[in-house]
Design a protein. Structure first.
Length: 245
Protein backbone atom coordinates (compact mmCIF):
# COMPACT_ATOMS: atom_id res chain seq x y z
CA UNK A 1 0.00 0.00 0.00
CA UNK A 2 1.33 3.43 -0.97
CA UNK A 3 0.67 6.82 0.63
CA UNK A 4 1.49 9.67 -1.75
CA UNK A 5 1.34 13.20 -0.25
CA UNK A 6 0.70 15.99 -2.73
CA UNK A 7 2.20 19.44 -2.19
CA UNK A 8 0.12 22.41 -3.35
CA UNK A 9 0.29 26.15 -3.52
CA UNK A 10 -1.07 28.11 -0.57
CA UNK A 11 -4.86 27.96 -0.57
CA UNK A 12 -6.13 31.41 0.35
CA UNK A 13 -9.15 32.41 2.42
CA UNK A 14 -11.73 33.80 2.31
CA UNK A 15 -12.36 31.99 -1.00
CA UNK A 16 -10.30 30.01 -3.50
CA UNK A 17 -10.80 27.49 -6.30
CA UNK A 18 -10.53 23.87 -5.13
CA UNK A 19 -11.14 22.23 -8.49
CA UNK A 20 -8.46 24.36 -10.09
CA UNK A 21 -6.08 23.34 -7.31
CA UNK A 22 -6.87 19.65 -7.83
CA UNK A 23 -6.29 19.92 -11.57
CA UNK A 24 -3.04 21.79 -10.99
CA UNK A 25 -1.62 19.62 -8.20
CA UNK A 26 -2.74 16.01 -8.49
CA UNK A 27 -0.71 13.54 -10.53
CA UNK A 28 -2.56 11.08 -12.77
CA UNK A 29 -4.86 8.95 -10.67
CA UNK A 30 -5.21 5.20 -11.08
CA UNK A 31 -8.09 2.76 -10.78
CA UNK A 32 -9.06 2.14 -7.11
CA UNK A 33 -7.15 5.14 -5.77
CA UNK A 34 -8.40 6.98 -2.70
CA UNK A 35 -7.92 10.76 -2.52
CA UNK A 36 -7.86 12.43 0.90
CA UNK A 37 -8.53 16.17 1.03
CA UNK A 38 -8.40 18.33 4.13
CA UNK A 39 -11.70 19.95 5.03
CA UNK A 40 -10.03 23.36 5.10
CA UNK A 41 -9.67 23.27 1.31
CA UNK A 42 -13.36 22.53 0.91
CA UNK A 43 -14.36 25.19 3.43
CA UNK A 44 -12.27 27.91 1.77
CA UNK A 45 -13.65 26.88 -1.63
CA UNK A 46 -17.16 27.32 -0.21
CA UNK A 47 -16.26 30.66 1.37
CA UNK A 48 -16.82 29.28 4.88
CA UNK A 49 -14.51 31.85 6.45
CA UNK A 50 -15.10 34.53 9.08
CA UNK A 51 -12.69 37.46 9.22
CA UNK A 52 -11.10 37.93 12.65
CA UNK A 53 -11.37 41.61 13.56
CA UNK A 54 -9.59 43.42 16.42
CA UNK A 55 -12.85 43.85 18.35
CA UNK A 56 -13.78 40.13 18.34
CA UNK A 57 -13.89 38.51 21.78
CA UNK A 58 -14.09 34.96 23.14
CA UNK A 59 -17.84 35.46 23.49
CA UNK A 60 -18.05 36.16 19.75
CA UNK A 61 -16.21 32.91 19.04
CA UNK A 62 -18.51 30.94 21.36
CA UNK A 63 -21.57 32.38 19.60
CA UNK A 64 -20.06 31.23 16.32
CA UNK A 65 -19.45 27.75 17.76
CA UNK A 66 -23.05 27.47 18.97
CA UNK A 67 -24.30 28.55 15.56
CA UNK A 68 -22.18 25.93 13.82
CA UNK A 69 -22.80 23.03 16.22
CA UNK A 70 -25.36 20.27 15.71
CA UNK A 71 -25.26 19.91 19.48
CA UNK A 72 -23.17 21.58 22.17
CA UNK A 73 -22.35 21.20 25.86
CA UNK A 74 -23.22 24.44 27.69
CA UNK A 75 -20.98 23.67 30.69
CA UNK A 76 -17.75 23.72 28.67
CA UNK A 77 -16.11 27.16 28.38
CA UNK A 78 -14.72 26.64 24.88
CA UNK A 79 -17.50 24.81 23.12
CA UNK A 80 -17.33 21.02 23.15
CA UNK A 81 -19.75 20.16 20.38
CA UNK A 82 -21.16 17.57 18.02
CA UNK A 83 -20.74 18.48 14.36
CA UNK A 84 -21.31 16.20 11.35
CA UNK A 85 -21.20 12.95 13.38
CA UNK A 86 -18.06 14.08 15.23
CA UNK A 87 -17.53 15.00 18.89
CA UNK A 88 -15.07 17.86 18.62
CA UNK A 89 -13.94 21.05 20.36
CA UNK A 90 -15.21 24.33 18.90
CA UNK A 91 -17.57 22.59 16.41
CA UNK A 92 -14.64 22.60 14.00
CA UNK A 93 -14.15 26.39 14.11
CA UNK A 94 -10.41 26.80 13.54
CA UNK A 95 -7.98 29.64 12.79
CA UNK A 96 -4.81 27.65 11.95
CA UNK A 97 -3.65 28.23 8.37
CA UNK A 98 -6.57 30.63 8.07
CA UNK A 99 -4.71 33.89 7.35
CA UNK A 100 -6.56 35.81 10.08
CA UNK A 101 -9.85 34.02 9.47
CA UNK A 102 -11.84 31.47 11.40
CA UNK A 103 -12.38 28.55 9.02
CA UNK A 104 -15.67 26.72 9.54
CA UNK A 105 -16.31 23.12 8.59
CA UNK A 106 -17.71 22.57 5.08
CA UNK A 107 -21.40 22.65 4.33
CA UNK A 108 -22.78 19.21 3.44
CA UNK A 109 -19.30 17.64 3.27
CA UNK A 110 -20.62 14.23 2.25
CA UNK A 111 -22.36 15.62 -0.82
CA UNK A 112 -19.40 17.84 -1.65
CA UNK A 113 -17.16 14.76 -1.56
CA UNK A 114 -19.44 13.42 -4.30
CA UNK A 115 -18.79 16.55 -6.40
CA UNK A 116 -15.03 16.04 -6.05
CA UNK A 117 -15.45 12.31 -6.82
CA UNK A 118 -17.46 13.10 -9.97
CA UNK A 119 -14.90 15.66 -11.16
CA UNK A 120 -11.88 13.38 -10.64
CA UNK A 121 -13.62 10.26 -11.89
CA UNK A 122 -14.59 11.96 -15.15
CA UNK A 123 -11.22 13.66 -15.62
CA UNK A 124 -9.19 10.47 -15.22
CA UNK A 125 -11.84 8.16 -16.71
CA UNK A 126 -11.95 5.89 -13.70
CA UNK A 127 -14.62 3.42 -12.67
CA UNK A 128 -13.53 2.94 -9.05
CA UNK A 129 -12.38 5.90 -6.97
CA UNK A 130 -12.79 7.06 -3.40
CA UNK A 131 -12.73 10.56 -1.92
CA UNK A 132 -12.39 11.39 1.79
CA UNK A 133 -12.70 14.88 3.28
CA UNK A 134 -10.67 14.93 6.51
CA UNK A 135 -10.46 17.10 9.59
CA UNK A 136 -8.69 16.82 12.95
CA UNK A 137 -10.22 16.18 16.35
CA UNK A 138 -9.24 15.15 19.87
CA UNK A 139 -9.85 11.82 21.61
CA UNK A 140 -11.31 12.06 25.13
CA UNK A 141 -8.76 11.49 27.91
CA UNK A 142 -5.78 11.89 25.55
CA UNK A 143 -3.57 14.74 24.36
CA UNK A 144 -3.05 15.38 20.68
CA UNK A 145 -4.97 15.74 17.44
CA UNK A 146 -5.67 13.04 14.88
CA UNK A 147 -7.51 12.82 11.60
CA UNK A 148 -11.15 11.89 11.13
CA UNK A 149 -13.44 11.88 8.11
CA UNK A 150 -16.16 14.51 7.80
CA UNK A 151 -17.34 13.42 4.35
CA UNK A 152 -16.62 10.68 1.82
CA UNK A 153 -17.88 9.18 -1.40
CA UNK A 154 -17.21 6.24 -3.69
CA UNK A 155 -16.77 3.32 -1.31
CA UNK A 156 -18.13 1.46 1.71
CA UNK A 157 -16.71 2.96 4.92
CA UNK A 158 -16.57 -0.26 6.95
CA UNK A 159 -15.04 -3.69 6.45
CA UNK A 160 -17.29 -6.32 8.03
CA UNK A 161 -15.95 -9.36 9.86
CA UNK A 162 -19.43 -10.70 10.63
CA UNK A 163 -19.61 -14.44 9.97
CA UNK A 164 -15.84 -14.83 9.65
CA UNK A 165 -13.91 -17.02 12.13
CA UNK A 166 -11.47 -15.61 14.66
CA UNK A 167 -8.08 -17.29 15.15
CA UNK A 168 -9.69 -20.00 17.30
CA UNK A 169 -12.51 -20.71 14.86
CA UNK A 170 -15.22 -18.85 16.78
CA UNK A 171 -17.58 -17.13 14.36
CA UNK A 172 -17.57 -13.34 14.73
CA UNK A 173 -21.07 -12.03 15.43
CA UNK A 174 -20.64 -8.26 15.30
CA UNK A 175 -17.42 -6.49 14.28
CA UNK A 176 -16.62 -3.85 11.69
CA UNK A 177 -13.34 -2.18 10.85
CA UNK A 178 -13.89 1.55 10.31
CA UNK A 179 -11.76 2.06 7.22
CA UNK A 180 -12.70 5.63 6.37
CA UNK A 181 -11.68 7.09 9.74
CA UNK A 182 -8.59 4.88 9.97
CA UNK A 183 -7.49 6.28 6.62
CA UNK A 184 -8.20 9.82 7.80
CA UNK A 185 -6.22 9.25 11.01
CA UNK A 186 -3.13 7.97 9.24
CA UNK A 187 -3.58 10.53 6.47
CA UNK A 188 -3.42 13.27 9.09
CA UNK A 189 0.00 12.02 10.18
CA UNK A 190 1.33 12.35 6.63
CA UNK A 191 -0.47 15.55 5.59
CA UNK A 192 0.40 17.28 8.86
CA UNK A 193 -1.10 20.05 10.98
CA UNK A 194 1.38 22.88 10.38
CA UNK A 195 3.13 24.39 7.37
CA UNK A 196 3.72 21.15 5.45
CA UNK A 197 1.47 22.44 2.64
CA UNK A 198 0.42 18.89 1.68
CA UNK A 199 -3.37 18.97 2.08
CA UNK A 200 -3.88 16.17 -0.47
CA UNK A 201 -2.97 12.51 -0.12
CA UNK A 202 -3.37 9.57 -2.50
CA UNK A 203 -3.82 6.12 -0.94
CA UNK A 204 -3.08 3.35 -3.41
CA UNK A 205 -3.35 -0.43 -3.04
CA UNK A 206 -5.71 -0.88 -0.07
CA UNK A 207 -7.38 -4.18 -0.94
CA UNK A 208 -10.15 -4.09 1.70
CA UNK A 209 -11.97 -1.23 -0.02
CA UNK A 210 -15.27 -2.01 -1.78
CA UNK A 211 -16.11 0.72 -4.26
CA UNK A 212 -19.59 1.96 -5.15
CA UNK A 213 -21.21 4.95 -6.82
CA UNK A 214 -23.97 5.20 -4.19
CA UNK A 215 -24.08 7.05 -0.89
CA UNK A 216 -22.91 4.86 2.00
CA UNK A 217 -23.08 7.38 4.85
CA UNK A 218 -25.84 5.37 6.54
CA UNK A 219 -23.38 2.48 6.93
CA UNK A 220 -21.18 4.64 9.17
CA UNK A 221 -23.88 6.37 11.21
CA UNK A 222 -25.23 4.63 14.32
CA UNK A 223 -28.93 5.34 15.01
CA UNK A 224 -28.94 7.44 18.17
CA UNK A 225 -30.05 5.60 21.28
CA UNK A 226 -29.80 2.08 19.81
CA UNK A 227 -26.37 0.52 19.39
CA UNK A 228 -24.27 3.59 20.22
CA UNK A 229 -22.34 2.84 23.42
CA UNK A 230 -21.85 6.57 23.99
CA UNK A 231 -25.52 7.55 23.61
CA UNK A 232 -26.04 8.14 27.39
CA UNK A 233 -23.17 10.66 27.41
CA UNK A 234 -24.45 12.49 24.35
CA UNK A 235 -27.88 13.13 25.91
CA UNK A 236 -26.43 16.10 27.79
CA UNK A 237 -25.71 17.95 24.56
CA UNK A 238 -28.12 20.75 23.73
CA UNK A 239 -29.53 20.34 20.25
CA UNK A 240 -29.57 23.05 17.60
CA UNK A 241 -31.55 23.35 14.39
CA UNK A 242 -28.64 22.72 12.06
CA UNK A 243 -29.05 19.99 9.45
CA UNK A 244 -26.96 16.83 9.31
CA UNK A 245 -24.31 16.30 6.58
Amino acid sequence: MDFIPVKTRKFLPPKDDLFGLLDQSLPALKEKDLVLITSKLVSIHQGRCVKITPDMTLKDKIRLIKKEADGWLPQTPHGLAVKDLTLTPYAGVDRSNGKNHYILLPQKPHLFAKKIWTHLRNKYRLKNLGVVVTDSFCLPLRWGHMGISVGFWGFHPNYSYVGQPDIFGRKIVEANSNLVDALAAFGGVIMGEGNEQTPLLIVRGLDKIRFTSKSTLSELKIPQGKSDLYAPLLKVFKKTLNSSP
